[in-house]
Design a protein around this ligand. Structure first.
Ligand code: UTP
Length: 413
């Protein structure tokens, strides 16, 4: 592709980002082209407005927040079987695909490599990816299907992820595994300047788990799913080693109720647990962050003593393919996070910061929930479905996940 360097310079000047070409003249031609391509793909207006927002501080949107109805999986009584049969029929007919979001940086865990390759220290020393695959395999046998497994990576970790799968011979599941790469956005410093990375190209970071819908559509994965006869897609994270991606009850409820999205929740450990909770915002399904509700709201209960905002969102959601297409066509708002980012300064020196120095912008998966009119929420048991690996030690660490995983599998035997 031919680039008009003068036009590019003009654009960079307009947005005060001329430093991006500081090292251009000394680059190899292929790298020069790569840099120009990156610049051409940047939405500078968006970056400018995102930077301006970082200066405004955190502002809660003015939304009307209300509780959302939920069902408890273990209080469904005879309906349990009814929903299960509906869901099971669809699963057996090959209508379900699963998506694992594995594009995150896993900064809190601090593992050197994609989070999915992490060994949480089980006796088997299986990686998170293999634990997820074990589960898929078990479900395949149960329902006599080969559930397609879509794995979202980021530009940063795609190569290492694919290499890991290759080395592990794709666990023998190669023809049913599909990788796709999520979108990314440039990182900026506190002056709004786009950072240059160690490779002298633009420093970009994955655009958050909310990028999943758009990348599923843009990468052609939705088309692929349709060709495979898929109608329902479970989307979950890579770091919950108890994630139950194949749930006939959840699917049966969605089908029976005629909704295009369904989410699983676990009840908050206490009213002030720092997690997002399912709710309605302006009448639409959503997730409210703990910081967005008052103490009074956090503690409010219904006539059965259940917390009104007690259904934690655990990144375990099921969508009809039509909902994904809709969600993937609308841009989501970006949230900023202040992070440590190594970069090349204007004199060509590498700077390794010891404290946060740059903004990264991320879309959140649940910001798209408002695109669907209704969403079924199913409360499941924390000890059966939620063992996240977030931190190196303490809460939600390999140690806690390992214990939860072992306890669950002991009980199953
Ligand atoms: P988290 O928000 O917990 O982020 O992601 P993380 O990257 O794992 O960890 P930290 O915050 O850097 O410590 C929840 C899930 O969403 C995926 C992650 O891989 C994880 O499965 N995710 C997150 C993406 O796939 N892409 C992103 O851009 C962000």
């Amino acid at each position: 592709m031919e680039y008009n360097i003068e036009e590019i310079k003009h654009k960079l000047k307009k947005y005060n980002q001329e430093h991006l070409l500081n090292f251009y003249d000394n680059m190899e031609e292929s790298k020069q082209n790569k840099l120009l391509e990156q610049i051409e793909n940047i939405d500078f207006e968006l970056i400018k407005s995102l930077y301006n927002k970082t200066k405004d501080g955190i502002k809660n949107e003015d939304a009307e927040i209300e509780p959302i109805d939920f069902m408890d999986k273990y209080k469904l009584n005879e309906d349990y079987k009814y929903y299960e049969q509906i869901g099971e029929k669809a699963i057996r007919a090959g209508k379900l695909a699963v998506v694992t979001m594995a594009g995150g940086q896993g900064t809190r865990l601090g593992h050197n490599g994609p989070k999915g390759t992490y060994d949480i220290g089980l006796d088997s020393h299986k990686s998170l990816f293999e634990l997820l695959f074990d589960y898929i395999k078990e479900q395949n046998e149960k329902y006599n299907v080969q559930i397609p497994w879509f794995i979202m990576t980021s530009k940063e970790n795609n190569e290492a992820t694919v290499k890991f799968f290759k080395e592990n011979k794709y666990f023998g599941y190669e023809k049913n595994i599909f990788f796709f790469i999520q979108g990314q956005l440039p990182m900026i410093d506190t002056e709004g300047k786009i950072l240059i990375g160690e490779d002298y190209l633009i420093k970009e970071a994955a655009d958050g788990h909310g990028g999943v819908y758009e990348s599923l559509v843009k990468s052609g994965m939705v088309e692929k799913m349709k060709q495979l006869g898929v109608e329902w897609v479970f989307i979950g994270g890579v770091d919950n080693c108890l994630v139950k991606m194949v749930d006939p009850v959840l699917m049966g409820i969605a089908i029976d109720k005629g909704v295009t999205a369904a989410g699983k929740s676990v009840v908050k450990a206490n009213p002030h647990e720092k997690v997002g909770a399912f709710c309605k915002k302006n009448g639409k399904p959503s997730v409210v962050e703990y910081s967005e509700i008052t103490d009074e709201m956090a503690e409010a209960t219904d006539e059965n003593g259940e917390l009104l905002y007690g259904e934690s969102h655990i990144l375990c959601n099921l969508f009809n393919i039509s909902a994904i297409e809709r969600m993937g066509s609308e841009p989501l708002p970006y949230h900023s996070a202040f992070k440590k980012a190594t970069y090349i300064d204007k004199d060509g020196n590498k700077v390794v910061p010891t404290s946060p120095n740059a903004f990264k912008f991320e879309a959140f998966l649940f910001d798209a929930f408002g695109e669907v009119d209704d969403m079924a929420i199913l409360r499941v048991k924390r000890e059966e479905e939620f063992a996240p690996v977030k931190n190196a030690t303490g809460v939600d660490s390999p140690e806690t996940a390992r214990e939860l995983y072992n306890n669950f599998h002991k009980k199953e035997k």
